[in-house]
Write a protein that binds this ligand. Structure first.
Ligand code: TXA
Ligand code: MG
Length: 339
């Protein structure tokens, strides 16, 4: 495919074909390499949990980091997240462009819980690539897309880097719109009502650009806590990982039996002693499908947590493939919390 300027006003002849192919693949749950002005993204239909799970599988990410949701404009963005005045002002100024805004999820947000790794916030960006925006517009669906590199490798600023990094089985289509204009990932800001606007990741948009919009000394820097990612957060503090309210216990044969006040989360119909008397039992994937288990992980933990059980007892999947990330997240959630 020929190269063209990224900020071109609309699609050109021939691009329509790429758009239709990309759309068909995305609707079928496949991954597509898409251009943005920052770096190439590895896109999936954000509302399809199993497609999103494929992103983690293909990237070989050993952890479920939350992903950015790409939209074609503010209208779709507001279906996903709650924009306060500040978030509205930032979107008005920087979209389409290299700013991702983390906002609370709306109650009716259709995006899979796996996209924001169980958090009740969601990172949203409207990219400055006419192709990708029109793709999203034509689908009427947001695209979850991390940078299209295998975990631990550099972010790709050319389609060829994406093509080289993955097989066509993994990523059947990479849409080539030439080199990325910015070549640097988007800036990520946290913007939740009642809390200061906080930069989570520096990128193409600078702190002073944000303060030009929001006023001097309004933009804070995130100070990550000293390595302990399972550390508790005081109310109002930025939560970096989802953990259920209820105590989570990884099941092993030495554990006391399940009680009436416990909930059980199992995988591939594993049996846990006494589970028949549990408050409720859910199975991440009765057939032992890891992508299905990943897609269900956060929503099932939330469902069980909502019942306020004494404990959530989990029979985890084996730690291979996507199971590594699932078990990692369960271990973090089970780590002692000094609350
Ligand atoms: O420029 C970009 O941002 C590129 C292009 C493809 O859009 N995307 C990108 O995505 O860099 P990724 O997955 O490589 O980085 C996403 C970052 C992660 O560091 C993640 O922790 C953060 O966004 N993030 C996503 N959702 C979040 C949330 N709800 N709260 C806090 N951080 C979030
Ligand atoms: Mg990345």
């Amino acid at each position: 495919m020929s190269q063209k300027p990224i900020a071109s006003p609309g699609l050109r002849d021939g691009d329509k074909e790429a758009q239709t192919r990309a759309q068909d693949l995305l609707r079928a749950g496949a991954l597509v390499g898409v251009p943005t002005e920052t770096v190439y993204g590895l896109a999936a239909d954000a509302c399809n949990g199993q497609a999103v799970a494929r992103i983690f599988e293909v990237k070989g990410r050993p952890q479920f980091n939350p992903l950015i949701c790409h939209v074609d404009g503010l209208e779709l963005a507001q279906q996903l997240g709650v924009f306060d005045e500040r978030a509205m002002a930032l979107a008005a100024k920087f979209w389409p462009g290299s700013l991702s805004i983390v906002v609370p999820k709306t109650p009716s947000c259709p995006v899979s819980d796996l996209v924001s790794a169980g958090l009740d916030t969601i990172a949203i960006r409207c990219p400055n690539s006419a192709f990708t925006r029109e793709l999203i517009a034509s689908m009427g669906m947001p695209l979850a897309a991390p940078s299209a590199n295998p975990s631990g490798k550099l972010s790709p600023t050319a389609a060829s880097a994406v093509r080289d990094a993955f097989s066509t089985d993994q990523v059947p289509l990479v849409v080539d719109m030439g080199p990325c204009k910015m070549g640097l990932e988007s800036t990520i800001v946290y913007c939740v009502e009642g809390q200061p606007v906080t930069i989570l990741r520096h990128g193409a948009v600078l702190a002073e650009d944000l303060e030009d919009v929001l006023g001097e000394n309004t933009v804070h820097e995130h100070q990550p806590d000293a390595g302990d990612e399972s550390a508790p957060c005081a109310p109002g503090m930025l939560k970096s990982h989802y953990a259920p309210e209820s105590k989570l216990v990884l099941w092993n044969a030495n554990q006391p039996e399940v009680q009436e006040t416990d909930a059980v989360l199992t995988f591939a119909a594993q049996q846990v002693a006494g589970m028949e008397r549990a408050l409720k039992t859910l199975d991440l994937s009765p057939n032992g499908d890891m992508a299905e288990a990943a897609a269900n992980l956060f929503s099932m933990l939330r469902q069980l947590d909502a019942l306020q059980p004494n404990r959530i007892i989990v029979a985890p999947p084996p730690a291979h493939g996507l199971g590594v990330a699932i078990v990692d997240r369960l271990r973090r959630a089970a780590a002692p919390r000094n609350t």
